[in-house]
Write a protein that binds this ligand. Structure first.
Ligand code: IPM
Ligand code: MG
Length: 371
């Protein structure tokens, strides 16, 4: 692991499945250019995860990949999954690899920023005036809740087949993710919306209680509570209302796919999954960075995927895990400049714009860093 003044950083790169390799290649290209311009050296350590790992090793998360990640300063991931591994009776699935990695590395704090870039205002399916001022951050709890709670199983008995998943949260798990929400709100517009289903779920009632208690320590933050169904509606009706949303794992999964549409395309949205609270005691947290778009197997290898989400994820990596704020800003600015120059991948194409493939988009963005 690098110390605070090091210029050399080790980054684990797990391309995974589908378009994962296409987009992580471009993120690396941009990181390399950041290295040249700012005088850092990034050393990449490759690892297997997901379907490709199942094919090659029988496991969606080989031990070697975990060890590689632990030995690095941060992890850059592409995507996992695809129809080839979708059999509901399969012993293991690509997604198991990602879930196990999140859990084993303690990556409880998932940040998903959604920002409407004015240049993309025509690419969204919503009215431009609705999405114009969207700049929100979803803080999703990532290692608890329905995803990991026990019991979790499928079985059959004389009365037929049954299955159970359990939503379980401890006070400690709720408190640390809420703290991340409050801290982020402090560094932004100081408005925190805690999303739950407290009219139905006990976990949500505990969540709400802890949120209220914690709010006493953050008098500058205005906290409100919203039921998850109402939040889903408000995200479409009036998304500019939100600053920071903090919520449990499954709600966050669903709401962030919805919220991604506010930014025009899922191909635009990065994410960070951190093992610590951002802006907490140490300004740097170990983390895994991935686009939120998934593996899109239908366009894998065709030079069609939008690499911007992966490139912006690399930007978040620079900021949150390496403490390189200037470098992170340079990445964001380069993306914006290329979009302002009229280049678009297919997912964000609108009339009069210039089509660009995955690799060209990556090269254009890298080129803007160089200048
Ligand atoms: C996400 C994805 C994952 C999740 C899948 C691939 C397991 O949808 O990161 O949002 O549900 O967390
Ligand atoms: Mg999801």
């Amino acid at each position: 692991m690098a110390g605070p003044c090091d210029l050399n950083f080790d980054i684990a790169v797990l391309p995974g499945d589908g378009v994962g390799p296409d987009v992580t290649n471009e993120a690396r290209r941009v990181l390399d250019e950041v290295g040249v311009r700012f005088g850092h050296r990034f050393t990449y350590k490759a690892g297997l995860i997901g379907g490709i790992a199942i094919d090659k090793t029988g496991s969606a998360l080989p031990q070697q990949t975990i060890d590689t990640c632990r030995g690095c300063d941060a992890v850059l991931l592409g995507a996992v999954g695809g129809p080839k591994w979708d059999d509901p009776d399969a012993a293991t699935r690509p997604e198991d690899g990602l879930l196990a990695l999140r859990r084993q590395l303690g990556l409880f704090c998932n940040l998903r920023p959604v920002k409407m870039l004015r240049v993309l205002q025509d690419a969204t399916s919503l009215k431009p005036e609705v999405v114009r001022d969207v700049d929100l951050m979803v803080v999703r709890e990532l290692t608890g809740g329905l995803y990991f709670g026990r019991p979790k199983k499928r079985w059959s008995n004389s009365r037929g087949r049954r299955a159970v998943d359990s939503m379980v949260y401890t006070e400690k798990e709720i408190a640390r993710i809420l703290r991340a929400g409050f801290e982020l709100a402090m560094s932004r517009r100081r408005k925190l919306t805690s999303v739950d289903k407290a009219n139905v779920l006990e976990t949500s009632r505990l969540w709400r209680q802890i949120a209220v208690e914690m709010a006493a320590g953050y008098p500058q933050v205005s906290l409100d509570h919203m039921l998850v169904d109402a939040c889903a509606m408000r995200l479409i009706r009036d998304p500019a209302y939100f600053d920071v949303i903090v919520t449990e794992n499954m709600f966050g999964d669903i709401l962030t796919d919805e919220a991604s549409m506010l930014a025009g395309s899922m191909g635009m949205l990065p994410s960070a999954s951190l093992a610590g609270i951002p802006g907490g005691k140490s300004s740097r947290a170990f983390g895994l960075y991935e686009p939120i778009h998934g593996s899109a197997p239908d366009i894998a290898g065709l030079d069609l995927a939008n690499p911007i989400a992966a490139i912006l994820s690399a930007g978040m990596l620079l900021h949150y895990s390496l403490g390189l704020g200037r470098e992170a800003t340079a990445v964001e600015r380069a993306v914006l400049q290329v979009l302002e120059g009229g280049y678009r991948t297919k997912d964000i194409m609108t009339g009069g714009m210039k089509p660009a493939g995955t690799a060209q988009m990556g090269r254009l963005i890298a080129g803007k860093i160089r200048k």
